[in-house]
Design a protein around this ligand. Structure first.
Ligand code: OAD
Length: 232
C-alpha cells in the first residue's frame, strides 16, 4: 500500500506554547476584544484605526515568538513522510514557516501580508501598518491587513477541498471547532473514509466526529503522533 495522504488543520492552540494567545480559551483574545469591532469588514469601516492597531499588536507579538516542538514536528513530518502532507492553518502567525514547514496554506490570511481593498494586490506588511496606507500597485489609499474577517470567504478553499477529497488521514490540532468552514473539514474527510484524529488540550465542539482523540499540550502530543506516523 502507498503511504497515506495526510491533511492537517491547525488552530491557535498550536501556537499557545509559543506565547501567542488563543481566541476562546479563558482570557483569550475574544474575551478582550469584540469580534464585531476587530474582525469584521463592518468593524474596519467603522473604526479602521482600532482594527489596524489590533493587528499591529498581534504582528509585533508574532514577530517575537518562536516555534515550539509541535510546529517543528510537523515540519519534520512534511520532510520525511513518503506520502503527501497538506498543512492548512487557521493561524495568521508564521510559526509553521519559522519551524521549517513549507507550502503552508493560510486559510485565514497572514499577519505579514497587506492587501489592497481596491485591487486585491498583496505585498509584505510593514511591522506597523497605518490607516489609509497607499497600495504600491494601484496607489489607492486602501491598504488593509490581509486577514479573513468574519463574513469573508477563507482563502484557498478549492485546494483544501481537493486535498480533503484525497485524504487518508485528517488531523485537527489545537482548534476549538467553532469556526466554519474549517470546523467542517472533519466531515469532508469522513465522507471519503479518512481516519480522523483530534489533538487538543480540551475537546473541540466537533469532537464527536473524530475516530481518535488525543488530549494534551501540542508540544508533547504532536511530536508523539509524528513519531508514530514516521515509524509506520
Ligand atoms: P480557539 O481559541 O477557538 O481554540 C483554541 C484551541 O486550542 C482550544 O480548543 C484549546 O483547548 C486548544 N489549546 C489551547 N492551548 C493548547 C495547547 N498548548 N496545546 C494544544 N491545544 C491547545 O482557536 P481556533 O480554533 O484556532 O479566525 O479559532 C478559529 C478561528 O477563530 C481563528 O482562526 C480566528 C478566530 O476567530 C478569525 O479571526 C477569522
Amino acid at each position: 500500500m502507498s503511504a497515506p495522504s495526510i491533511v492537517i488543520l491547525t488552530g491557535a492552540g498550536i501556537s499557545a506554547e509559543s506565547g501567542l494567545g488563543t481566541f476562546r480559551d479563558e482570557g483569550g483574545l475574544w474575551a478582550q476584544h469584540r469580534i464585531e469591532d476587530v474582525a469584521t469588514p463592518e468593524g474596519f469601516a467603522r473604526n479602521p484605526q482600532l482594527v489596524v492597531d489590533f493587528y499591529n499588536a498581534r504582528r509585533a507579538q508574532a514577530a517575537d515568538a518562536n516555534p515550539n516542538a509541535a510546529h517543528m514536528a510537523l515540519a519534520r513530518l512534511q520532510a520525511e513522510h513518503a506520502g503527501s502532507v497538506t498543512l492548512v492553518t487557521q493561524n495568521v502567525d508564521d510559526l509553521h514557516e519559522k519551524g521549517g514547514s513549507v507550502d503552508v496554506i493560510h486559510m485565514h490570511g497572514a499577519l505579514n501580508s497587506a492587501l489592497c481593498a481596491t485591487c486585491e494586490h498583496r505585498w509584505p506588511a510593514p511591522l506597523a501598518m497605518s490607516v489609509g496606507q497607499d497600495c504600491p500597485y494601484c496607489t489607492g489609499p486602501t491598504a488593509r491587513p490581509d486577514i479573513v474577517w468574519f463574513g469573508e470567504i477563507p482563502y484557498h478553499m478549492e485546494r483544501i477541498e481537493r486535498a480533503l477529497a484525497n485524504a487518508d488521514v485528517f488531523v485537527a490540532i489545537g482548534t476549538s471547532g467553532n469556526v466554519y468552514p474549517a470546523a467542517g473539514f472533519v466531515q469532508m474527510a469522513r465522507h471519503v473514509g479518512a481516519e480522523t484524529i483530534e489533538i487538543n488540550l480540551e475537546p473541540g465542539e466537533n469532537v464527536g466526529l473524530f475516530d481518535d482523540v488525543r488530549a494534551g499540550k501540542a508540544s508533547e502530543t504532536v511530536p508523539n503522533w509524528v513519531a508514530e506516523v514516521l515509524a509506520g
